[in-house]
Design a protein around this ligand. Structure first.
Ligand code: ADP
Ligand code: MG
Length: 154
């Protein structure tokens, strides 16, 4: 796989949408230099929540998590670039509000473990899987940006 095309799924969760943080999250991805290759608003249903969070089904926090994620619309963003998964994980900040550093999305906007504004894939493999779960191939746009010459060096 072309390392410049690593993809991650970012979700602005229901709390982020309702708090007016869609632009904040998308803007941070753009300013960092990630290429936005897909965007949509949708309401997740139980089936999608179970597939998306398949690793967490059965855990004690899963039921309230699924209820939260399906409660109102989310915005799904497919972001692409070399190291996209780890870049976004670092920009998101830690799950625990006591641990999430200021300057990260969670560190700047979240004090709850559950209501934490943003999701980001945790590995390139999850990124591929989750992007294909939320987007059909014709909803993903791979395009060239002249500015990429300024964002990456060999
Ligand atoms: P992350 O979103 O940082 O990848 P996880 O994959 O471990 O974290 O968990 C998925 C989501 O489930 C979290 O973002 C959070 O919304 C919720 N969650 C995880 N652990 C807890 C917990 N202990 N209590 C409440 N909600 C949790
Ligand atoms: Mg996770």
């Amino acid at each position: 796989m072309n390392p410049d095309k690593e993809r991650t799924l970012v979700i602005v969760k229901p709390d982020g949408v309702q708090r007016g943080l869609i632009g904040e999250v998308v803007s941070r991805l753009e300013r960092r230099g990630l290429k936005i290759v897909g965007v949509k608003m949708l309401k997740m249903d139980d089936g999608l929540a179970a597939k998306h969070y398949e690793a967490h089904v059965g855990k004690p926090f899963y039921e309230p998590l699924a209820k939260f994620m399906t409660s109102s619309p989310v915005v799904a963003v497919a972001a692409q670039g070399r190291g996209a998964v780890r870049l976004v994980r670092n920009m998101m900040g830690a799950l625990s509000p006591e641990e999430s550093a200021a300057g990260t999305i969670r560190g700047d906007f979240a004090v709850s473990k559950r209501y934490n504004v943003v999701h980001g894939s945790d590995s390139p493999e999850s990124g591929e899987r989750e992007v294909s779960l939320f987007f059909s191939p014709d909803e993903i746009f791979d395009y060239d940006r002249d500015i990429d010459n300024w964002l990456r060096q060999e």
